[in-house]
Design a protein around this ligand. Structure first.
Ligand code: SF4
Length: 305
């Protein structure tokens, strides 16, 4: 974001009706949450994903096909997928095959055992009508620190997965954690050295994420008001909020639901029903604590831009 955002004084939660908001202007990107089941059990996971978890259920091709079709009718530009770990989902390859017959796709993955095990199937996706890109999570350029959160051996496995996807011809990027107190450019430099040493393109895109907390966590952050959204944001930066140009579909209680973005699926106030067209007309109020990360850091899961 271009407008400097000062530190705001914390304000207690309020019933005032001047909460900042975003009016969506397009459906450029439709995200699918593949479910909170994951092969890993990381204590910091913003989705609370772990083996066998079903807070958000695993999607099937039958679940997502009508939404993909509807999104194409709304001129969506890209389909993106996050989890959990997408490749623990049985239908994932078939889902990507279908989605990529219409639009480019992006898959966020931990790059570990589920990817490595299914590489033969995944490689076949290199021939889809539209390209599929992968973003692999590697929290820190330091193996011990990464594995302390994700489990022993997973740093090496993630690099193996990343290398295999790159070698198979897919575009790849990397998600990392922000390190408060450290210069972000220095951290990226360490990553680029690691990538070069691992035979990967040192210039690949690195997407840093702040600590979003775990689902349901009540974090005290400054309240975002309408005044904040005009004083510290511009028309251009407001349009860059994910909830301005994307939605996320999740499976809950056996039904597909549309949420305002990828970051707020733990709060029913952001459940916008089952129709993409209706959800696009709804104003999004920025009262979730994660909205402050978007406001302050310009946090975004998207690679569109
Ligand atoms: S978390 Fe960010 S993208 Fe999601 S609703 Fe809040 S401001 Fe919008």
């Amino acid at each position: 974001m271009t407008t400097p955002v000062p530190a705001l004084a914390p304000v207690p939660s309020s019933t005032a009706d001047d909460t900042g908001w975003i009016q969506p202007h397009a459906l450029d990107e439709l995200w699918f949450h593949t479910g909170t089941a994951c092969n890993l059990d990381c204590p910091f996971c913003l989705e609370g994903s772990r083996p066998g978890d079903d807070r958000l259920q695993r999607i099937t091709l039958a679940d997502v096909r009508p939404l993909i079709d509807a999104a194409v009718g709304l001129d969506v530009r890209q389909f993106s997928f996050t989890g959990g770990e997408p490749f623990v989902v049985k239908d994932m390859v078939a889902i990507l095959e279908y989605a990529a017959s219409f639009r480019p796709c992006l898959v966020l993955t931990n790059g570990t055992a589920p990817v490595v095990r299914r590489l033969t199937q995944i490689r076949k996706l290199a021939g889809t009508a539209h390209p599929i890109a992968f973003r692999v999570s590697i929290d820190f350029p330091d193996e011990a620190r990464h594995d302390a959160g994700r489990g022993a051996g997973n740093f090496r496995l993630a690099l193996q997965g990343l290398r295999a996807l790159h070698k198979a011809g897919f575009a790849v990027s990397l998600a990392r954690q922000m390190q408060p107190g450290r210069d972000e450019a220095d951290v990226d430099r360490e990553f680029r050295q690691l990538l070069a040493a691992e035979g990967l393109p040192a210039g690949l895109r690195i997407v840093p994420f702040p600590d979003f907390g775990i689902p349901g966590e009540a974090r005290q952050v400054p309240r975002i008001t309408e005044d904040c959204m005009t004083r510290y944001q511009t028309e251009a930066t407001r349009r860059a909020f994910m909830c301005a140009f994307s939605k996320m579909a999740v499976k809950q209680g056996g039904r597909m639901r549309i949420y305002a973005c990828t970051l707020v699926d733990d709060d029913p106030r952001y459940d916008q029903g089952d129709s993409l067209a209706d959800a696009l007309r709804a104003r999004v109020l920025l009262h979730h604590h994660r909205c402050y990360s978007c406001f302050k850091y310009g946090s975004s899961c998207s690679e569109l831009g």
